[in-house]
Design a protein around this ligand. Structure first.
Ligand SMILES: [Zn+2]
Ligand SMILES: [Zn+2]
Length: 98
């Protein structure tokens, strides 16, 4: 029986019905194209984590990446850092001076 190669469209004779391509070369080419046509979605979680803004904490100098629109942080990485930053240095009186 004869078949048409899906790659080079050549009519070729086959003894075995399992053969789809005229030669191993065409088979490889077809497998490659099928493989590359599959546009796999690349790491969706990375797209979700879109960085809205980036800044350095004024207190601890740590880099802060804001990925949530609801995140209102602009100067400090945490409320703790904000409190420490605004705290006047003079208030740091060591009480236990024994
Ligand atoms: Zn072929
Ligand atoms: Zn901080």
């Amino acid at each position: 029986m004869s078949k048409i190669c899906p790659v080079c469209h050549t009519i070729f004779k086959v003894r075995n019905n399992h053969h789809t391509y005229c030669c191993s070369h065409c088979r490889k080419i077809h497998h490659k194209t099928v493989y590359y046509d599959k546009k796999r979605p690349e790491h969706k979680h990375v797209q979700n984590a879109k960085i809205i803004r980036m800044f350095y904490c004024h207190k601890c100098k740590k880099q802060v990446l804001v990925t949530d629109e609801k995140d209102r942080r602009k100067k400090f990485c945490s409320p703790r850092c904000e409190k420490l930053y605004w705290k006047h240095p003079r208030q740091k009186i060591i009480k236990n001076t024994i």
